[in-house]
Design a binder for this molecule. Structure first.
Ligand SMILES: [Zn+2]
Length: 255
């Protein structure tokens, strides 16, 4: 069977499962998954065989000719699923920098990306288009809690001595402060969007996001800690969305 035929079979199984999952028995779904696994193994065995040929060729050429040793048979991590897909540069809005995207025909074709847990940092993380997002679900504090609020502002002391004993109330990124178990918190106003330029009273509000003035805001605001807070909110929101979705699925299953 050709690789293309395997792809067609896998596509057919994909369509069948996506469209009929509600009507299929657990056994039927399992047999489809086993079938997919079989295709993966078949292709892997071809891949392994080609790898052995590659290594043999390399050994032979290295012995007889002084050719470059820079060949690498493995694609980069993010290329495994994209070798047969078209990539294009898309501008999400006018004037914005270009973003590299896969061009697909339907939502079922979107590759699944899993979230990671970084044990040493006590943080969730994912990498999207080369950008690393890290964080947790933090507390959302109201204005009247502000006196006792902690871990909202990032600690900027290069060597804060009080991050382990809790005497410094700021947030210490565990990547920069080893052993820190801080979880970044937020003020509820951080989700309120303001069109005004940054000024006293709106610094903790949201300044980036509206398609009509996103690029204008980016040009006038050069504040890394605002960007930092935004990135923290993004992973916080994504984790909340995953919890919401998992809860919904649990209640549908009747757990
Ligand atoms: Zn500190």
């Amino acid at each position: 069977m050709s690789l293309n035929e395997y792809l067609q079979l896998a596509d057919a199984i994909h369509k069948n499962v996506i469209n009929n999952v509600a009507f299929m028995s657990a056994g039927q779904i399992e047999s489809q998954m086993i079938e997919l696994e079989k295709y993966i193994r078949k292709i892997q065995s071809v891949s392994l065989r080609i790898l052995h040929i590659y290594q043999s060729c390399k050994r032979a050429t290295l012995t007889y000719k002084n050719i470059s040793d820079n060949y690498d048979p493995y694609p980069d991590n993010d290329e495994w699923t994209q070798t047969y897909k078209e990539r294009q540069i898309i501008r999400p809005i006018k004037d914005a920098p270009q973003i590299n995207a896969n061009i697909l025909e339907s939502p079922e074709d979107v590759p699944n990306m899993t979230i990671s847990w970084i044990r040493s940092l006590n943080q969730f993380a994912f990498r999207l288009n080369g950008v690393l997002f890290r964080g947790n679900i933090g507390e959302i504090l109201h204005k009247h809690d502000m006196k006792s609020a902690a871990r909202i502002y990032t600690c900027k002391k290069p060597q804060c001595k009080n991050y382990l004993n809790g005497r410094c109330k700021k947030y210490h990124d565990p990547l920069l402060y080893s052993g820190s178990t801080d979880i970044r918190n937020f003020i509820n106003s951080s989700w309120i969007y303001t069109r005004d330029p940054p000024k006293k009273g709106n610094l903790m509000m949201r300044h980036f996001g509206d398609r009509n003035d996103l690029m204008h805001k980016i040009r006038i605001i050069n504040n890394p800690s605002m960007v930092n807070m935004f990135m923290g909110q993004v992973i916080h929101d994504i984790l909340v969305a995953l919890v919401l979705d998992a809860t919904k699925k649990e209640s549908e299953r009747g757990d």
